[in-house]
Design a protein around this ligand. Structure first.
Ligand SMILES: NC(=O)c1ccc[n+]([C@@H]2O[C@H](COP(=O)([O-])OP(=O)(O)OC[C@H]3O[C@@H](n4cnc5c(N)ncnc54)[C@H](O)[C@@H]3O)[C@@H](O)[C@H]2O)c1
Ligand SMILES: [Zn+2]
Ligand SMILES: [Zn+2]
Length: 401
């Protein structure tokens, strides 16, 4: 089968890989219809992780079940499913609490397993024609409809970015009437904006440097903030100071609340320097969030911070160690939540919002490609050129079937 493998810094390659062989009693094999490229894959592509060369990548996967092991009871060949990117057992202490992002049994090295990802266990990725699904009863979300129907491009986003954006909004305690700022207008930031609007936020600002992505922010109904036009924190302070509705209802002392109550990091450790987009500054978003969050506000970090990072600029950065303005955080009495998204906590509800026509996340999809075009798509997506925002690898076998 064709599969995308990591070949070394800035090189992905499409190779002929062995199909998943014998299926364990609780496993299944999925024939992939759509697999997406994620901002998380770029950390590996750029050589910023410990991923071994030759590993099949891809953790955003949907398709049709090809075969199942003898002990699988709830999923059968022919079922259309999307896979949460977390691989989980369903019976450990954390899985029991719904924290499939911290499953204690599926990865011998540490909590958390995933498809085709550095440090997340030995599992092969799904940017491939077939993928092995461990514990299939637990790790599939059943979908209505047929491959390549009008939901295909919405449902694929349930594997990661829609639940992850929603998780960012949960961690930042977004609720009706709240003010929200999101750093990063990549797929995760855009899904955090959509989720914040679904949760009823009154103001949603999204900060980025990339014009096409800021356009998508507007399309979703949020307010784009172009970081090239000056300090994004100051821009939001200034915008809020001018909102007549806000000024007219302030109680004594509220003029101190210049910022927003909920802030989400959808960028992570490869953040760019506000002064110079060409340079990396791993703490840029963290620093901005601390300034922008109002006292007693909430910060949700879903942008990834990862070690070891062979490309880190200092010995500490290579280990993911960064300085934080702790005193200001403490002084503001802020809550901070972070981590990989426990996709299974949210994917069902979000699927049903899609089915009901109340969410159309596929608005962010920019490119649809065949697997042979993946290396070129990685390069363009990595450079954020030509509007590359969310790339779907489509396997057209099911269109013909
Ligand atoms: N927690 C999770 O479960 C989870 C899941 C998926 C992705 N992620 C992570 O979320 C992050 C975003 O993913 P994505 O797919 O949207 O990636 P992406 O790389 O496409 O988007 C990141 C965006 O951030 C922007 N950016 C860079 N520096 C910035 C700054 N200083 N201020 C504002 N914007 C800045 C970039 O221009 C880019 O548009 C990545 O770190 C990814 O690994 C986490
Ligand atoms: Zn992803
Ligand atoms: Zn578990």
């Amino acid at each position: 089968m064709k599969a995308v493998v990591y070949e070394g810094e800035n090189r992905m390659r499409v190779v002929d890989e062995k199909e998943p062989g014998s299926t364990g009693a609780r496993d299944a094999v999925l024939r992939v219809t759509t697999s997406a490229i994620c901002g998380s894959d770029l950390h590996m592509y750029e050589g910023r992780t410990a991923l071994p060369e030759g590993h099949v990548v891809g953790h955003e996967i949907m398709g049709v079940i090809e075969r199942t092991g003898d002990a699988v009871t709830s999923i059968k060949p022919g079922d259309r499913v999307v896979l949460p990117f977390n691989i989980a057992c369903g019976y450990c202490y954390n899985c029991h609490r719904g924290l499939t992002n911290m499953c204690l049994t599926m990865n011998a090295q540490k909590p958390h397993a995933a498809y085709g990802y550095a440090g997340m266990g030995p599992y092969g990725g799904g940017q491939a024609e077939y993928v092995l699904v461990p514990n299939a009863d637990f790790n599939c979300l059943k979908l209505p409809g047929r491959p390549f129907d009008s939901w295909e491009e919405d449902f694929i986003l349930l594997a990661d970015v829609f639940p992850t954006g929603f998780y960012g909004a949960e961690l930042a305690q977004v609720a009706p009437g709240k003010s929200v700022a999101i750093f990063g207008a990549g797929p995760v930031g855009l899904m955090a904006a959509l989720s914040s609007l679904i949760k009823g936020a009154a103001e949603v600002y999204v900060i980025d440097f990339v014009p096409e992505r800021l356009e998508k922010v507007k399309e979703l109904g949020a307010t784009p903030i172009n970081a090239r036009a000056g300090d994004p924190v100051e821009q939001i302070f200034a915008l809020r100071a001018k909102l007549p509705g806000l000024r007219g209802r302030l109680r004594p002392g509220e003029d101190k609340l210049q910022g927003v109550e909920c802030v989400i990091d959808a960028v992570g450790y490869q953040a760019r320097d506000d002064q110079d987009y060409a340079r990396e500054k791993p703490t840029q978003v963290l620093d901005n969030m601390v300034k922008l969050v109002n006292p007693a506000g909430h910060i949700g970090i879903v942008g990834v911070y990862m070690a070891p990072d062979p490309g880190g600029k200092t010995a500490q950065a290579k280990q993911g160690v960064f300085a934080l303005p702790m005193a200001e955080l403490f002084d503001k009495a802020v809550t901070v939540g972070m981590g990989q998204c426990p996709v299974k906590l949210y994917n069902e509800s979000l699927r049903d919002l899609i089915i009901a026509g109340r969410a159309k996340p596929s608005k962010i999809v920019s490119h649809r490609i065949a697997i042979d075009q993946a290396p070129e798509a990685y390069q363009k997506f990595d450079q954020r050129v030509e509007g590359y925002t969310k790339v779907l690898i489509q396997f057209p076998w099911a269109r013909a079937a």
